[in-house]
Design a protein around this ligand. Structure first.
Ligand code: MEV
Length: 308
């Protein structure tokens, strides 16, 4: 039997603009994982994914189903057939919440199949395989989700380029709060594209302003200036509102986090629903977490970005 897992992710700054070639910053959520287990099975490859109600032979799934696609793609890459095995998928990452659940499930499957055949795949290879599936989930993905999850490290990312590691001058304490409202990335990314097509100059200018916030945030992180970083996150949230991807529930969570002492807060991921991310100090983390729960956050996770 082999077991492999992959982390969720949170986008700290730059979502949406990253689809249009601007930089973004993403962080793995190593404590929140999807797991793929492969066990010997007498019959041909069988998939169990209880969370999405799948319990079927691989051959019974449509060939373009994301789970089938990643199995076929990985097997092809490994020059092996899908083995006679039972694949069981379990995930702690809520679906359609901006936390990269689809990319994490795909990554866990790639890793499990490679481990089954005793092959070690490097992060760029895993990322490239998962990107193919992201295109089914997302339409026009930037590639940031598969990259941060395959590398499982904090990254500065520009579409089409290798990710750059992100130096941090001081440990960052983050809270990630799920609004509990699912929001498929594909839909929101499609809406932004329609707006961009209708008003290209306005949207290009908004994306440029997001890029400025990302660059300034990267600098602030390197210097360990958490107050400056928080301000950049706040500014990025305002820009995401202008881009049209916030929602009253997200604005409320962001406002709650700030009032309870967060240094900055913004929606994270595609928006409309899904999650927010708040930058806190260790001493205020608890109060902010409690305030978020009291305002109706379905779940709140704490994570850290450690300085070396
Ligand atoms: C999704 O995690 C981030 C978006 O920018 C989409 C993408 O980059 O593919 C909304």
């Amino acid at each position: 039997m082999v077991r492999a897992s992959a982390a969720g992710k949170v986008i700290l700054l730059g979502e949406h603009a990253v689809v249009y070639g601007r930089p973004a910053i993403a962080i793995p959520l190593s404590g929140l994982r999807a797991t793929a287990t492969l066990a010997p099975h007498p019959a041909p490859f069988h998939i169990q994914a209880p969370a999405v109600g799948i319990d079927a032979p691989l051959s019974a799934l449509p060939a373009d189903h994301p789970l089938a696609r990643i199995v076929y793609l990985t097997a092809k890459h490994l020059h092996r057939p899908p083995p006679d095995a039972l694949l069981r998928i379990e995930s702690e990452i809520p679906v359609a919440s901006g936390l990269g659940s689809g990319a994490a499930v795909s990554t866990a499957i790639v890793r499990a199949l490679a481990a089954w055949y005793g092959v070690s795949l490097d992060p760029p290879t895993v990322s490239a395989l998962v990107y193919e599936i992201e295109r089914i989930y997302h339409g026009t993905p930037s590639g940031i989700d598969n990259t941060v999850i395959a590398y499982e490290q904090s990254i500065y990312f520009v579409r089409g380029r290798p990710p750059e590691p992100l130096p941090v001058g001081t440990t960052l304490h983050l809270l990630v709060a799920d609004s509990g409202i699912p929001s498929p990335t594909r839909v929101v990314v499609g809406d932004v594209r329609r707006h961009w097509e209708a008003e290209p100059a306005r949207y290009e200018a908004l994306f440029d302003r997001v890029a400025q916030e990302v660059e300034a945030a990267r600098e602030a992180m390197a210097q360990g200036d958490i107050r400056a970083l928080g301000k950049r996150m706040d500014a990025n949230h305002e820009l995401l509102r202008e881009i049209g991807v916030s929602a009253p529930v997200l604005d409320r969570l962001v406002e709650t986090a700030r009032r309870a002492g967060a240094l900055g807060a913004k929606l994270s991921g595609a928006g409309r629903g899904g999650t927010i991310v708040a930058l806190v100090e260790k001493s205020t983390a608890r109060a902010v977490e409690e305030a978020l729960r009291a305002t109706g956050a379905a779940q709140v996770w704490r994570t850290e970005v450690a300085s070396p």
